[in-house]
Design a protein around this ligand. Structure first.
Ligand code: PEP
Length: 258
């Protein structure tokens, strides 16, 4: 973990309108300030609904917050006849740093597959956004003991055709589907098993340098009570936090691993 700055990312999902977003970011900024949060030691980001991004940008700029922000999805296209889609160019103009790609809820409810995750990741990178590529197995796959091979196939699909330079920039979030929103956090050992396998795959696909550079997050029912043990694992470089990121005090605690 040493060379990699840990990342704590809050996925708000479809919660918080633009006014609630302002309040939440203000409260989060205060909580982090109270805790004397060192952003060079642990990066903190919030992945907000599209309609919140302008408000979050205004607040972050006005108060010179070190907090970064991101989106929860992006189009694979740059512009044109794609009604309802959001271009990576639009996001980059709003000062967006990160974009979640292939979250399990998008795979499940919107039919997103590895090829689309790959195309969206390339589009994001081409416009200066950092993809947080989400992977992870459902319960039946874990019961069959196939979590590593299943998740690595998703990683392979997401990274297909990416240069080493681009691959070194991405963040990969290992989020077992059975742990998302269920209150059932993976054990640190389970998280490490797959996070370690993802890093080994990056070394195989690219190089040791790329494998060392990429941050691998764990996601799935992370709370302040579970983060410390997860962060002790060698290949867990942070967390993607859903439900608990809606509470600024709790999320700030997670950002200090306690
Ligand atoms: C998520 O949305 O990526 C997530 C991990 O949610 P939760 O923390 O609520 O399980």
């Amino acid at each position: 973990t040493d060379a990699r700055t840990p990342l704590i990312a809050g996925n708000w999902k479809m919660n918080l309108d633009h006014q609630e977003a302002i309040h939440t970011v203000q409260k989060l900024a205060w909580a982090l300030k109270d805790a004397k949060h060192d952003f060079s030691a642990v990066e903190v980001t919030v992945l907000a609904p599209f309609t919140d991004l302008r408000s979050v940008q205004t607040l972050v700029d006005a108060d010179k917050l070190e907090l970064t922000y991101g989106a929860q999805d992006v189009s694979q296209h740059v512009s044109g006849a794609y009604t309802g889609e959001i271009s990576p160019v639009f996001l980059s103009k709003l000062g967006v740093t990160y974009v979640a790609i292939g979250h399990s809820e998008r795979r499940q409810y919107h039919g997103e597959d590895d090829a689309l995750v790959n195309a969206k990741s390339k589009a994001a990178l081409a416009h200066g956004l950092i993809p947080i590529i989400c992977v992870g197995e459902a319960l039946e796959i874990r019961k069959a003991g196939e979590q590593v091979s299943y998740t690595l196939a998703q990683v392979d699909g997401a990274l297909e055709g990416l240069s080493a330079e681009d691959a070194a920039k991405v963040v990969i979030a290992y989020e077992p589907v059975w742990a998302i929103g269920t209150g059932e956090v993976a054990t640190p050992q389970d998280a490490q098993e797959v996070a370690g396998a993802i890093r080994a795959r990056l070394a195989e696909l690219y190089s040791a340098e790329v494998a060392d550079a990429v941050r691998v997050l764990y996601g799935g029912s992370v709370k302040s009570s579970s983060i410390a043990e997860l962060m002790k694992e060698q290949d867990v470089d942070g967390a993607l936090v859903g439900g608990a990121s809606l509470d600024p005090e709790e999320f700030a605690k997670i950002a200090r691993f306690q």
